[in-house]
Design a protein around this ligand. Structure first.
Ligand SMILES: Cc1ncc(C[n+]2csc(CCOP(=O)(O)OP(=O)(O)O)c2C)c(N)n1
Length: 366
């Protein structure tokens, strides 16, 4: 394996020669964001077990890889998530109430309950819908990056994938085109060691993912994915290269998926508890907290204040989503055509007549 970039040791000690360009306030903000993702995961998995949402996939253990990379792009750049980057949408200013509403599928949900839970999207935030079809978004991130280059934009694309997605043909096509055409796309692979039940050792015989970049003709950077400052630094450097016209980079954030693949998975059937326990000790949030505390950026009372605020914010967002009515029947017919064709207009009118109008509280039971 190539060298692995680390800025914070597992104990939270910093390598000052590698410290990224981040203000102290922004560092504390990143900590709050990581904690928000963790709190959402905890609450939402419980809600799924209680039958209050249908499905959920956590990011637990991967908060540094997600938040650290997502924080390194600007509001005009575009993000193509894989499966676990909902936190990046929050970083981009997406409302927490809308986030929980998407999971509940109520009227507050901008996608009107028409998408599977966790499949967030927001054109307003340059954040393309999560694609459950593994690998598709790698090509989309390359293609949009290529379009930006042709148009002469100074924006970049951030394209995420899991380790499993690197075995898809899309990975090969996207990296080939991106390097040949010097496309301003930064590819971030969250290597969480599993593609559902397939361990990384069965995914590839390669010595890591980052090394594959060299064959395509772009830099490959392996980074400690549980070190938010290292992930931020690697992404910031790659974004600067892309913006300067120097082409794509492949970043491999080495991390671990602490929970099952999704709420439908029982990971104890294919991996050892001891391995999970070992990775829990490398918790990215705790590591960053140790650093922030040692650097004097927070103390115990500030840490507690942040945790309480995050908990209250998530509680309030869940309450708001659960208090919202279900989407109106009419939304079944909207957002597909700029001008609704006659046959759909007819079906809509018939449906609205039968349902007694657009307001639909209770028509779809919670
Ligand atoms: C094209 C395609 N093949 C197979 C699947 C089934 N599938 C869903 S998730 C998944 C594993 C994804 O693993 P990885 O890319 O490592 O992401 P992670 O879940 O670990 O974040 C697979 C194979 C799919 N959704 N799409």
């Amino acid at each position: 394996m190539t060298d692995v970039l680390q800025v914070l040791s597992e104990q939270g000690d910093i390598d000052n020669s590698l410290i990224p360009d981040l203000t102290e306030e922004r560092m504390v903000e990143l900590y709050r964001q990581m904690l928000t993702v963790r709190q959402l995961d905890t609450r939402m998995l419980n809600l799924q077990r209680q039958g209050r949402i249908g499905f959920y996939g956590t990011c637990k253990g991967q908060e540094a890889a997600t938040v650290g990379s997502g924080a390194a792009v600007g509001p005009d750049d575009w993000v193509f998530p894989a499966l676990r980057e909902g936190g990046v949408l929050l970083l981009r200013g997406f409302d927490l109430d809308k986030y929980t509403a998407q999971l509940v599928g109520c009227a507050l949900d901008p996608t009107h309950g028409r998408q599977m839970p966790c499949h967030f999207s927001s054109a307003e935030h340059n954040y393309v819908s999560l694609s459950s079809v593994i690998g598709t978004q790698i090509n989309q991130a390359m293609g949009v990056g290529w379009a930006m280059k042709i148009k002469g934009d100074k924006n970049v694309c951030l394209g995420y994938m899991g380790d499993g997605a690197t075995s898809s043909t899309d990975f090969h096509a996207a990296l080939t085109f991106a390097a040949v055409h010097k496309v301003p796309t930064v590819f971030v692979c969250q290597n969480n060691q599993f593609a559902i039940s397939v361990p990384f050792s069965k995914q590839t015989a390669s010595n890591g993912i980052a090394i594959k970049a060299h064959a395509y003709g772009m830099p490959g950077v392996a980074v400690d994915g549980n070190d938010v400052l290292a992930v931020y630094k690697a992404t910031q450097d790659a974004v600067a290269r892309a913006r300067a016209g120097d082409g794509p980079t492949l970043i491999e954030a080495i991390t671990y998926r602490i929970e099952g693949h999704s709420s439908s998975d029982d990971a104890s059937r294919y991996r050892d508890d001891a391995e999970v326990e070992m990775w829990k000790k490398r918790d990215p949030i705790e590591r960053f907290r140790r650093y922030l505390t040692a650097a004097g950026l927070v103390d115990d009372s500030v840490v507690e204040e942040i945790a309480t605020k995050v908990k209250n914010d998530v509680d309030a967002a869940i309450k708001a989503a659960e208090a919202s009515p279900m989407p109106s029947v009419e939304t079944i017919f909207t957002d597909v055509y700029a001008e609704m064709p006659a046959h759909l207009r007819e079906q809509r009118d018939q449906t609205l007549n039968e349902s007694g109008g657009g307001e639909n509280e209770g028509a779809f039971p919670l």
